[in-house]
Write a protein that binds this ligand. Structure first.
Ligand code: AMP
Length: 398
């Protein structure tokens, strides 16, 4: 174990996720999840040494209360004095940040400036950050932005074809998301394949409840499917992904829906859930599709088809494709989705190795195409927490 551990915090508006990591081994020594923050029945669950227990936060049911409870728990495990720095996940750094950075007053002001780009997330990150500064006195804090990796996208990839002043006045452009995962997976893929990252052309699909895809070549992001917000791009658990923007006027005129209702529908009631009418959870959809449910079968097919189309278009951005990489809950576990996607991409020279595809699940990395396949498809488990820990250790000299 390294003598200095890293605490990684990921704050949502009503939740706080934390993990204490050994930056050398990647081992998680303690983790926590606070839920229902700002409600009277807020609580926090701790996990350490294979044991789990829950504590009420009723006396102090906000982010500060959760960080205080975390400090008490760390003391009980003798871990508080071993923590050397804190790393925070931040959803949007807009165009201000292309790399992780040690927190000072200017950085806090920068995260505040980016609130219009992540109105639900950035304010919550700031609450967690301020609580950490207050309670873990004297420890350095580092912020790691989801958008940072995508800042290398060329102008022609991030610019929308709308009046240009909307970009210059309001910052309306594509920013992307899942950047910390892409950075980790790009490095891991090159390592796993024994290739030089600079010369490897990768298309990486991060498929979780939220899903996106990125083109990476010369070690940099060239394009990604999420845009101004995480609604653009692939079909997701509850999000529609790409859709004709005229859906707003169409539904306003024909279904008497307003902007808020339509935005809510596209974000929360669409995707796998909307098509199947059953669930946003890919596992459930696969089970029901297997039993013959037509909506579930259609949901899987649309998910895979749209993803395959995106792989082909992202190959334009990466100037060709050497490796198609699957990650995230669905990417790491669903051999069915992977098989369908590879099936659609036979024309690009991908051929599935069915046995290898079956084996590369539940945390196992693997190449899932045959030796003859012109393009390799690979499964690489992501680890955003570890990437945040690495950045935090590097930037604070631990
Ligand atoms: P994430 O957001 O990365 O945690 O991924 C969540 C998604 O992964 C959900 O849609 C899960 O149903 C899906 N998932 C997890 N395990 C499996 C599995 N064994 N087969 C299919 N999908 C899975």
């Amino acid at each position: 174990m390294s003598n200095k551990l890293i605490l990684v915090l990921n704050c949502g508006s009503s939740s706080l996720k934390g993990a204490v990591l050994d930056n050398d081994s990647g081992e998680v020594l303690l983790s926590c999840l606070a839920e229902k923050l700002n409600l009277p029945d807020a609580f926090i669950t701790f996990k350490a040494n294979g044991e789990k227990h829950t504590t009420s936060l009723a006396e102090h049911p906000d982010h500060t209360g959760a960080v205080e409870a975390l400090m008490v728990e760390l003391r009980a495990h003798g871990l508080d004095s071993k923590i050397g720095a804190i790393g925070h996940r931040v959803v949007s750094g807009g165009e201000l940040y292309s790399e992780s950075i040690v927190v000072d007053d200017d950085v806090i002001a920068g995260i505040e400036k980016c609130i219009p780009l992540a109105p639900l997330h950035n304010p919550a990150h700031l609450l967690g950050l301020r609580a950490a500064i207050d309670i873990f006195k004297g420890l350095p804090n580092v912020v790691v932005f989801d958008t940072a990796f995508h800042q290398t996208m060329p102008e022609h990839a991030y610019t929308y074809a709308v009046p240009h002043e909307l970009y210059t006045k309001y910052g309306l452009r594509r920013y992307g998301a899942h950047g910390t995962s892409y950075r980790f997976v790009a490095d891991e893929t090159a390592r796993f394949l024994g290739e030089d990252k600079q010369s490897l052309r990768m298309v990486i699909a991060h498929l979780g409840n939220g899903a996106s895809i990125a083109a990476v070549s010369e070690g940099k992001c060239q394009d990604t499917s999420m845009g101004l917000t995480p609604l653009e791009g692939l079909v997701m658990g509850t999000r529609s992904g790409d859709i004709d923007p005229s859906v707003f006027s169409f539904l306003a005129q024909n279904a008497n829906m307003n902007i808020t209702q339509i935005t809510d529908m596209l974000n929360k009631k669409s995707g796998l859930l909307g098509i199947s009418g059953l669930s946003n959870d890919c596992r459930t959809i696969e089970e029901e599709a297997g039993k013959g449910h037509k909506g579930a079968q259609l949901a899987l097919e649309i998910f895979a088809y749209r993803l395959a189309k995106y792989v082909a278009s992202m190959s334009v951005a990466s100037g060709g494709i050497d490796a198609l990489v699957f990650t995230g809950g669905i990417g790491e576990n669903s051999n069915l989705i992977r098989s369908k996607v590879i099936g659609y991409l036979g024309f690009l020279g991908l051929t599935e190795d069915a046995k290898a595809n079956e084996d590369a699940r539940f945390g196992n990395a693997g190449v899932i195409t045959t030796a003859e396949s012109k393009v390799k498809a690979v499964v690489i488990p992501t680890n955003e927490e570890l990437m945040i820990a690495h950045d935090t250790a590097r930037l604070t000299g631990l």
